[in-house]
Design a protein around this ligand. Structure first.
Ligand SMILES: [Zn+2]
Length: 111
């Protein structure tokens, strides 16, 4: 989608520190990390909200979560990790292209 920073990253128009890519998803380092390891996992298809899930996207999201789990040890997350999906302005969603924050690499606070 035009003017979407994640679509531009996926298209290679904006550089990113990629850590994984396949035909459906891209995982790259967050430029403003809030944990020792802070990655962003984005589906290559542009949509913003979980409320836009349909059957195809539900399957994609399931495969994406499974892929994150299988990649975790190679991403330095063997000891655990946290996934966060911010939805909407009050949650702090700043890019309106669905993305999963992957946090870990150190003990994470929960407060
Ligand atoms: Zn996008």
């Amino acid at each position: 989608m035009e003017n979407c920073i994640f679509c531009k990253i996926i298209a290679g128009e904006i550089p990113s520190a990629k850590v994984y890519e396949d035909e459906e998803i891209l995982i790259f380092k967050d430029i403003a990390p809030i944990a020792k390891i802070h990655l962003l996992c984005v589906p290559k298809e542009h949509f913003a909200y979980l409320s836009e899930l349909n059957g195809t996207r539900e399957d994609l999201l399931g495969r994406t979560l499974s892929k994150i789990a299988s990649l975790a040890p190679t991403l330095g997350l063997a000891d655990g990790y946290r996934l966060v999906i911010n939805q909407g302005e009050t949650a702090g969603q700043t890019v309106h292209h669905l993305h999963i924050h992957i946090l870990g690499g150190e003990p994470l606070k929960w407060e």
